[in-house]
Write a protein that binds this ligand. Sequence first.
Ligand code: FAD
Length: 478
Amino acid sequence: MSNPDVIVIGGGVSGLSVAWWLAHAGVTVEVWEQNAQPGGKIATREADGYMTERAASLMLNFRPEVSRLLAATGLDASKAMCPAPPKNRRYLLQRGQLVPVPMRPGALILSPLWSLRGKLRLLAEPFVPKGGRSDETVSEFIIRRLGRELLEKAMEPFIAGPLASDPDLASAQAVLPRLVALEKRYGSLALGVFAHKLLNRRTAPVHEVFSFRRGMAALIDVLAAAPGVCLHARRTATQLEPMRSGWRVAGHAPDGERTVRARHVVLSVPAAGAATLLHPLDGESERLLRGIGYASLTVVHLAFDRSAVHHPLAGTGFLVPRSENPQLTGCQWVSSLFPYRAPRAKVLLTCYLGGARAPETRDWDDDRCIGAVMAWLGPLLRIKTAPERVWVDRHECGLPLYHGAYSGRLRAIAERLENWPGLHLAANYCGGVSIRDRIANGYALAQNIQVALAGSGAPSPATVLGSFPMRAVTRSSC
Ligand SMILES: Cc1cc2nc3c(=O)[nH]c(=O)nc-3n(C[C@H](O)[C@H](O)[C@H](O)COP(=O)(O)OP(=O)(O)OC[C@H]3O[C@@H](n4cnc5c(N)ncnc54)[C@H](O)[C@@H]3O)c2cc1C
């Protein structure tokens, strides 16, 4: 390809999503990925009839952009997509017991998870006046609206597990944008949810929670192989240089140095990588990006014979509040959720260790991680023998932490980047960490770039998606 319209640096799901939407609209786009394979954190492993995921294992979707992409790529077809069984139970650990997560408002009030006092506090939510500072933490927001008990028993494990974050430090606006918006609009979360139900606001596709028959790698493969996406693996960007109408990107490949010019550059690399590339251009942007912390995560997959696990495993797994066990944030019952991921009569469990609440697990070796997980799971799931197979995946910089005055930080970065038209940031530290949010953010950025390309010929202003509530975008190696 001669000089493309857009260069995307980083071939994780963020970069590939932007590239896919651009190519879909007929824009010429190159993706530079430093590793031999695209996908970044996401990779699917198959061995002896088991399928394990290095990072993301499923998608929870309610965004129409995601449904559109899945339909256009054929990934929504029944032989490609694998929905999670509907109405499957999820559990929370409480006093050493697994208690079902209430899924309906009635069940929420009747659940044995809360004390009578906690239930009354929940019922009082619609009468709590709206308010709160713009820089409230998740803990402050939830305690103010729903009470401390709900924070500790339910919200904290959801923030510490899937987001690896600490609710005492995480920005409510950045982590819970939908809840914050509901309060702002309706004055109450309960009233907001009720109003949205009445208005049928959620544009949910048929299957809300799903993966793919070939694992999450199937998504990466279709994005990377899309017609019009020119992927260069083993190509590391090392330098950005602004030109009169666009950018010059330099880097190295196995066969030598490479230089390409493009009207727009999208940095889809972790914050520290973006900081390094921006260092010669803008020291303040570099400083702001380096200030974004990441949590380390360790994923332990364990395979057993079914006869060795005496728990029925009827559900998708459980999350763990910090008061129960700070190091273990959750356990997914993979073979219950997606039975094809384990041979018949076998059980596959995936456990998540670490995150912001247990940084010490970063230094645990594999044996210590496996031993600790077995010591916790053994009594809980009545496991009688050692696992038949074990896989351990480590993410030194697993997930970005939306801690502190996060929206302000992203806004400051966006302001700095206004000096660099045609330069855009799109990665999981802005606009949400989930694959759903990465695809939806990719769509919004691709739209911006297309408008700019179709306009005056000058590159568009720089974009940091997620720094502002753009298009209601809601929301690892270092
Ligand atoms: C353990 C774990 C479990 C998760 N589970 C889920 C889940 O179940 N569902 C869900 O929706 N989300 C999940 N997530 C979140 C989701 O997987 C990530 O947020 C997402 O994959 C991050 O994508 P990204 O493209 O922003 O970053 P990355 O995946 O980190 O990609 C960045 C890419 O940039 C490349 N790169 C870096 N520097 C350069 C350079 N100079 N030149 C060229 N290339 C470069 C890197 O090699 C990498 O490929 C999980 C995350 C983790 C860690």
